[in-house]
Design a binder for this molecule. Sequence first.
Ligand code: ADP
Ligand code: MG
Length: 503
Amino acid sequence: MEEILRELSKRIRKEQYETWFREFKLVGQKEDEIEFSVPSGFVRDWLNRNYLPEIEASVSAALGTQRRIKLSLEEAGTVAVGTEALATGTAASGGGGTDRAEGDLMTPRSPDAISPEVVSRAIQNIEGQGPTRPNGFEGAAVAGAAALPGTNGDLPFNTSYETKLNQNYTFEQFVVGPCNRLVQAAALAIGENPGRAYNPFFIHGSVGLGKTHLLQATCHAIRNKQGTPKVLYLSCEEFTNRFIKSITKGKLEQFRDFHRNVDVLVIDDIQFLAGKEKTQEEFFHTFNALYDDQKQIIISSDRPPLDIPTIEERLVSRFKWGLVADMEMPCFETRVAIVKRKGLCRGVDMPDEVAYYIAERIDTNIRELEGAVIKVLGVATITEREITEALAEEALRGVAVARSNQVTLDEIMNVITAEFCITAREITSKSRVQTVSMPRQIGMFLSRELTENSLEEVGRFFGNRDHTTVLYAVNKIKTRIKKDRMFRDLINSVTVRLQSPGR
Ligand code: ADP
Ligand code: MG
């Protein structure tokens, strides 16, 4: 099996390999057939659809003969949510080994591990708990549903699992494009199979790209399942507030009892745990308890785990056990589809050219895109005019101006061609000679650093290349910047030139 996996890893890009083959196991083989098991129907379908040729080729290369490939589901009960498999996956991706030896995962500390002094220090430490709610709704409020039978009614937090969700944040309303297909597929798989598909599931991406929407869509999907699973969706702020209130009211034990006994725990905007040591510690133990019970944990953040400042190392490594997926700004076509969808939500079938106009204009994030749709519809209603491109232009005039000082892809191209004495045509050509490919990769890197364009958009701009090519280029340049001082200086000088006001 090792040989087959080695062959597979040669044929499949690392990120994809780690995502889809981490729990790929040999079940048995016959003369003309070889059978592997995978953890879910979703993964099986995905592999069948996308990776069958690579699997076949790897099997032939490893065994020296061709076999028919059979993919079956891992038997229920034998899947220990693959802690070993996940740990291996992390080791392969991080290169730094795993911290499974830390040893405390399987034995969460006893509930009284926090002493009274710690508690009082914690309360002193708790600053910035005020109304820092980032984006209105999600901070939110728990619905006033009935208290859980058998619990004490005067607990300082709501003991209903029915935390309020936005009814529009469903999978049906979530528009899928190349930029978010993988993360949406993973969320769907979790919705179908919580606790088994990927655990934890960590979504990151900058503000307004649909993290909350996807988290809540997953909650809706799980809540609609039979047996009414206990799905608890909390903003990080709400989790923190509950914890603090429970300490102050002497109800820590009840807090733990409740939060460690859910089927699915969803924490939105986990970056707000930064600097809140005691809440982090509590979350760490909550995480461990749930993970041990194979309960699903879903987390979102505005940046990758490693980039959250003052988040403990051990928490970061927990986040990486499962699937860490990032959300990108959707490409133009997907933005058009979103504009249309948002129009339909409001009962308007937006004309194509208006949708194109808005999608072209607004490429910062989807919340702004939605804001633009609302604005255009609003102006049309108030002025009783038809929704046309001219009207959209008028309505969005102020919005578009705000972005005029951003570096554009064209400017990056100009600077690169001047710096390396080559033409734009060469940059976008198929040529792979170093003198052309290196400047091209630098251009892709700068585009990702200095503009808001998605991987797809950058790829398309630099000669219709695939988003994985852009990702590869970005990583390559990053690595070289770290290792090579002269190279770093070069990149710095180009960056400075691009950012100077009179460029
Ligand atoms: P985040 O949590 O990442 O800041 P949100 O989930 O709040 O972003 O998304 C902002 C708005 O954009 C929401 O109204 C959401 O419905 C919408 N949105 C984001 N992504 C999509 C998508 N792929 N399809 C449809 N609407 C989307
Ligand atoms: Mg959000």
